[in-house]
Design a protein around this ligand. Sequence first.
Ligand code: ZN
Length: 282
Amino acid sequence: MKLLRYGSAGAERPGLLDAEGVLRDASSLVPDWGPGQLGPDALERIRHADWSRLPRVEGAPRLGCPVAQVGKLVCAGLNYADHAAEAGLPAPAEPVLFMKAVTAISGPGDPVQLVPGADKVDWEVELGVVIGSRARRVTEAQALSHVAGYVLANDVSERSWQLERGGTWTKGKSHDTFAPLGPWLVTADEIADPHRIGLWLEVNGKRMQDGNTANFIFRLPALISYISQFMTLEPGDVVLTGTPAGVGLGQKPPVFLKPGDVMRLGADGLGEQRLVCEASGH
Ligand code: ZN
C-alpha cells in the first residue's frame, strides 16, 4: 500500500493511492496515519477495506510527511563505504547514530529554507524506515517484523553547523525543513528486498548521487536491532539509514545549495521529491 497525507501544512488528511494510482481520501477509515494506525493489525484492516468507496481527491494537492506524529528521527551516519570515503572518515566499526529534531520534518514538495548563516546546506538522499510496532532490545531476526514500511527521505544538513561549531552533528541536521519525507509510506509487503533499492539525487538537473541500499555497511536487521539496544523504537518513529556518495561536501571543491536551486530525488518504488531552496529571513 502507498499511504500519504495531503492538504495544507498542519491540516493534512490521510489518503492512499489505489491500484490505478488514484489518490483517495482515507479519513473514513483512519483519523490519520499516526502511531496507532501503523501496527500489523491496523494495516491489515486497511488492506482489506473496500477502497472503491473512498472519495477520489481531485487535482494535485500538496503532500505532507506521510507519517503523522513522528516521535523521533534516528539517523545512521556513514552507512555506505563510498560516502565515508568522500567524507575522509574510516568506515565505522559500529553504527554511528545521531538524532534530527522532528520539527525539521516537511513534505516532499515543500521549499527547503536557507536562513541567514546557513551557507553550507547539503543534500543526502536516504531510505527511511517507518517503525510499526514497539522495538525494545530486539534481535536481528526480529527486527524487520517491527517495520511498517519505507519512505523516501532527504537528510538535509548544514555542514558548518554540523562540523565546525563543536559538539555533535544534531545542530547541523535539525533546522526546519531539513527532513523532507515522502511522498508515500510504502508498506513493507510492497518492497521485495529493502537491500536492493536504488536511490538517486539531482541538483538543477545534474545527477549527484546514484547509490543502492545493497551497499549498506550495516543492513537493516543489524541497524534496527542495534538502535533498539540503546533506545526503544516506537510506532511512528523513523530511522534514516545513511546516504551514498555524492553529497556536496564530497565535491572538489565542495558545492552547497543556493536560493533557487532545485533538488530532485527518488528511490525505487518510493516515489520522488522535488524541493526548491529558498532564502528565508527568519
Ligand atoms: Zn544522513
